[in-house]
Design a protein around this ligand. Structure first.
Ligand SMILES: [Zn+2]
Length: 87
């Protein structure tokens, strides 16, 4: 099943994908690389690995394919373009 959101959702929407529940938390302002600002959809879900609650944000798009794991269980290299720099 593929679903998508072309726009920004209000807080309080529940979406279940493959048994994982995502609660929308409203728009999240995001600064793009070129300096422009867009709104992302904010979500709260439980990590598929450890069950810990974490927040994520997805761009409004035709296909909703959010991450299922919290930052500490995300596999390195899985999400290309989201480079984390050590400081
Ligand atoms: Zn986890």
């Amino acid at each position: 099943m593929k679903i998508g959101f072309e726009g920004i959702l209000p807080a309080g929407v529940l979406v279940t994908i493959d048994g994982q529940r995502y609660h929308s938390s409203g728009p999240v302002p995001h600064i793009k690389r070129d300096g422009g600002q867009i709104d992302l959809n904010g979500w709260t879900t439980d990590c598929a690995e450890c069950g810990k609650k974490f927040d994520l944000a997805t761009a409004p798009s035709a296909v909703f394919s959010p991450t299922r794991r919290c930052p500490s269980h995300r596999k390195p290299g899985q999400r290309i373009g989201e480079k984390v720099e050590a400081r």
